[in-house]
Write a protein that binds this ligand. Structure first.
Ligand SMILES: CSC[C@H]1O[C@H](OP(=O)(O)O)[C@H](O)[C@@H]1O
Length: 348
C-alpha cells in the first residue's frame, strides 16, 4: 500500500517533496513562511490541485505564525494579505482558492479570539483539510473501481497520484486500488510534455509499487486508442464547471476526443473540492500559461533554438460531452452534469 506523502507540517514548518527533482532525487523543500509556499506552488515544487490546496492552507498557518505578535487588527490584515498572495500563486486549480476561502472563513468566525488561539484554530483547520483529502481519495478509489474491469488496460495522463494530493491520488488512486484489489490491470502513462509529470512522477509512483505500466510519448496514445488497446481512460482535474466541462493538464482534451471517436470510456477522477460551483461552463476557466523555457528546455538543457516563440498553456478544457463520468468521493456523477453536480453543493 502506498506511503508516498507529498507534504508534512512539522515543528512549525511545511515540508514538501520537491517534485522538480524527482525521479532522480527524493528531497524535501522547507517552507518557513507563506512566501516560501507561494514560491513552491508557482515553481511546481508542489503541484496537483488537491496538493496545492493543502499547501496553501498551511501557507496561511505560517502567515499567522509570522504575524502573531502584531496588534489584533494588523494581525488579521496581514493574514488576509498573505492569503491573497498564496491563493493567487496559480490560477487554474480551484482547490487552492477553495482551501484559502475555507481558512479565511475560519479566521472570520474566530476573529475576536486571542492571536495565539487563532493560530491554533487555523492549524487545526489546515490539518482537517489534509486529513479529509486522504479520506476523499480512498473513497474516489473505491467508487472508481466500479468502472475498472478485471484485467483492464488503463490510460492516464499527467500525474494525478499521491504526489498531486496528500496521498493515494485521484486518477492514480483508482488505478492503485484496482491493482491492490488484484484486478491484474496494466497502465499506459503519457509522459505529458512539457513538464513531464507522467514520465517523472506517475512513472515513479508506479515503479515504487510495482504496478505494471508502460510510459509512452504523448502522441502514442491516439494509436493505442484507435487500435482498441485501451479499455478505459482515467485522468485528474484542476477545475470542473457545473456543466461538467473540465480543466486538466494540456493534452487531456485531445485524449477525450480520441476516446469519443473510438468509443473508449473517458473518466475524470476528482474530489468535490475541484468543482467550481460559481461557474456554469468551461469557458469561464482561466488557463495558466507558463514559461517558454518549459518547452525550449528539458532539465535545463536547451532543445529549441534561441529566438523561437512559444505558446505554453498548462491546461485545456475537456467539453462535458466527451466525459463518460466524473468519479467523486460521493459516487460517479453522470450526465446531465448541471443537474447532478449542482446537487453536490450541499453535500460539500
Ligand atoms: C489530482 S489533480 C492533478 C492535476 O494537476 C496537474 O496539473 P499540475 O501538474 O500543473 O499541477 C494535472 O492537471 C493533474 O491532472
Amino acid at each position: 500500500m502506498t506511503s508516498i506523502q507529498s507534504l508534512e507540517f512539522k515543528d512549525g514548518k511545511l515540508y514538501l517533496i520537491d517534485q522538480r527533482k524527482l525521479p532522480e532525487k527524493l528531497s524535501m523543500f522547507e517552507c518557513k513562511e507563506y512566501k516560501d509556499v507561494e514560491f513552491a506552488i508557482k515553481d511546481m515544487i508542489v503541484r496537483g490541485a488537491p496538493a496545492i490546496g493543502v499547501a496553501g492552507a498551511y501557507g496561511i498557518v505560517l502567515a499567522a505564525k509570522k504575524f502573531l505578535d502584531l496588534p489584533k487588527e494588523k494581525f488579521l490584515e496581514k493574514i488576509k494579505e498573505s492569503a491573497a498572495i498564496v491563493g493567487n500563486a496559480r490560477p487554474t486549480a480551484v482547490n487552492l482558492m477553495w482551501a484559502v476561502r475555507r481558512m479565511m472563513n475560519v479566521l472570520e468566525v474566530n476573529r475576536d479570539r486571542a492571536n495565539s488561539e487563532i493560530y491554533e484554530i487555523l492549524l487545526d483547520e489546515a490539518k482537517n483539510i489534509e486529513k479529509e483529502d486522504l479520506e476523499t481519495n480512498k473513497a474516489i478509489a473505491r467508487y472508481g473501481n466500479e468502472i475498472v474491469p478485471e484485467g483492464a488496460t488503463i490510460l492516464t495522463h499527467c500525474n494525478a497520484g499521491a504526489l498531486a494530493t496528500t496521498g493515494y491520488g485521484t486518477a492514480l488512486g483508482v488505478i492503485r486500488e484496482a491493482h491492490y484489489m488484484g484486478k491484474n490491470i496494466r497502465v499506459f502513462a503519457d509522459e505529458t510534455r512539457p513538464r513531464l509529470q507522467g514520465a517523472k512522477l506517475t512513472a515513479w509512483e508506479l515503479v515504487q509499487e510495482k504496478i505494471p505500466a508502460k510510459l509512452i510519448p504523448d502522441s502514442v496514445a491516439a494509436v493505442l486508442i484507435r487500435d482498441g488497446k485501451i479499455d478505459v481512460i482515467i485522468v485528474g482535474a484542476d477545475r470542473i464547471a457545473l456543466n461538467g466541462d473540465t480543466a486538466n493538464k494540456i493534452g487531456t482534451f485531445m485524449l477525450s476526443q480520441m476516446a469519443k471517436d473510438f468509443k473508449v470510456p473517458f473518466y475524470i477522477a476528482a474530489p468535490i473540492s475541484t468543482i467550481d460551483f460559481d461557474i456554469k461552463s468551461g469557458k469561464e476557466i482561466v488557463i495558466e500559461e507558463r514559461a517558454a523555457t518549459e518547452v525550449t528546455h528539458i532539465n535545463g538543457v536547451r532543445i529549441a533554438p534561441e529566438g523561437i516563440d512559444v505558446y505554453n498553456p498548462a491546461f485545456d478544457v475537456t467539453p462535458n460531452e466527451n466525459i463518460t463520468g466524473i468519479i467523486t468521493e460521493k459516487g460517479i456523477m453522470r450526465p446531465p452534469y448541471l443537474e447532478n453536480l449542482s446537487k453536490l453543493k450541499e453535500r460539500h
